[in-house]
Design a protein around this ligand. Structure first.
Ligand code: UD1
Ligand code: UDP
Length: 351
């Protein structure tokens, strides 16, 4: 089959890596990079770390308002889809790249696979929520990462299209952690080998786009009284330039490569984040996770008490972090051998 896989943002490259490797063994798989993320560390570095083939098309769309970014992607993707005439299109997650790929493919009646289907935060202030709902409802093949995502899709009348495959990030981290342990020097580069530290990431619009909100979160976390390593997302970096906080316990770095990042996760004491993917990685690596949000799509991690939701406006963030203890055991809610399950569904599609 001729397949087009579409990715454009950091977490999508991480989801694409194992699937693309496997798909390209028996199919003609073309990678299209929309260019939504373009800084070296957000894009090329992840391709290099994970050995992803160079994209066949790079659209170079870059940043913009939601409609501009999504619209420009759709126009360019439609042209490529008409030219290449693929039998299947694959999109990942819930970004504007996902939405653009889903709309362009479905309007051309090209069967669409949505990897990471069936997630909801029920918070429509998140652009991602709109992207997920639309993508699920125009897809032919819904790859649900968890049983609860599968149940949700059934509740929305999409049972016939749903395959509970598990979460592809399980495969990425499994193939990458041994390499990271072997090759990454990030702990000594950051001078944190043999030190107790927390890992922090923030990039959700409602946490970082308002300078007062971002400054409030950082001031509170700086009072945790513990070292915090904070690899800063470019969206957050932009806003940090506009606020004036002096931090004594939080150490800022640029975005890290994937191997370095999972290394820092793996050696951390706990993870504080608002990222979707990092909540999952915290669970997979058995790290207590504090999520600075009022809701999450990854409900199992909270139900199992490995993840604690804390309202970012709560004045008691530090007390809640200090008193949170993760349990001794966990289930494998994200499954295993995920890529093979996805590829066997794709292999069985007759065109
Ligand atoms: C996007 C996704 C979000 C995902 C996140 C992963 C949407 C609506 N959001 O958010 O779901 O969790 O990626 O990281 O699709 N910028 C740079 N360099 C880059 C990329 C971005 O400087 O390489 C800056 C630009 O100022 C840009 C801002 O970051 O305006 C936001 O980028 P954008 O891709 O629109 O959204 P993210 O916050 O990255
Ligand atoms: N990540 C990375 N370097 C960093 C921060 C995160 O490689 O400095 C990886 C992380 O391991 C995870 C993914 O990026 O796999 C999460 O992406 P992000 O937080 O940008 O987006 P989200 O998952 O919230 O959509």
């Amino acid at each position: 089959m001729k397949i087009i896989s579409i990715a454009g943002a950091r977490p999508q490259f991480i989801k694409l890596a194992p699937l693309s490797e496997k798909l390209s063994e028996n199919h003609e798989e073309l990678i299209v990079h929309t260019g939504q993320h373009y800084d070296f560390e957000m894009s090329q570095k992840i391709f290099l770390d994970l050995g992803i083939r160079n994209p066949h098309y790079h659209l170079g769309i870059g940043s913009g308002s939601h409609a501009t970014q999504t619209g420009e992607m759709m126009k360019a993707l439609e042209e490529i889809m008409i030219k290449e005439n693929p039998e299947l299109v694959v999109v990942f997650g819930d970004t504007n790249t996902t939405l653009a790929g889903a709309l362009a493919a479905s309007k051309l009646s090209i069967p669409l696979v949505h990897v990471e289907a069936g997630l909801r935060s029920y918070n429509r202030a998140m652009p991602e929520e709109i992207n997920r709902v639309v993508t699920d409802h125009v897809s032919e093949y819904l790859f649900a990462p968890t049983e609860s995502a599968g149940r949700l899709l059934k509740g929305e009348g999409l049972e016939d299209k749903t395959y509970v495959t598990g979460d592809i990030m399980v495969d990425t981290i499994k193939m990458s952690l041994p390499v990271a342990l072997e090759t990454s020097s990030v702990l000594s580069d950051l001078d944190i080998d043999n030190r107790d530290y927390n890992l922090l990431t923030l990039h959700r619009n409602y946490n970082v786009d308002d300078p007062l909100v971002l400054a409030g979160i950082l001031k509170q976390l700086d009072n945790l009284g513990e070292l915090i390593i904070f690899p800063v997302h470019p969206r957050t970096r932009k806003m940090l330039g506009e606020i004036d906080v002096s931090l004594k316990n939080i150490v800022l770095t640029g975005p890290l490569g994937y191997f370095d990042f999972i290394m820092v996760e793996n050696s951390s004491k706990r993870i504080i984040t608002d990222s979707g993917g990092i909540q999952k990685e915290a669970y997979i690596l058995k790290k207590p996770c504090i999520t600075l949000r009022t809701e999450t799509e990854w409900v199992e991690t909270v139900e199992e008490k490995w993840n604690l939701l804390v309202d970012p406006s709560d004045p008691a963030i530090c007390q809640k972090i200090h008193s949170f203890k993760a349990p001794a055991t966990q289930k494998k809610v994200f499954g295993e051998d995920v890529c093979n399950k996805m590829v066997s569904v794709i292999d069985s599609i007759s065109t």
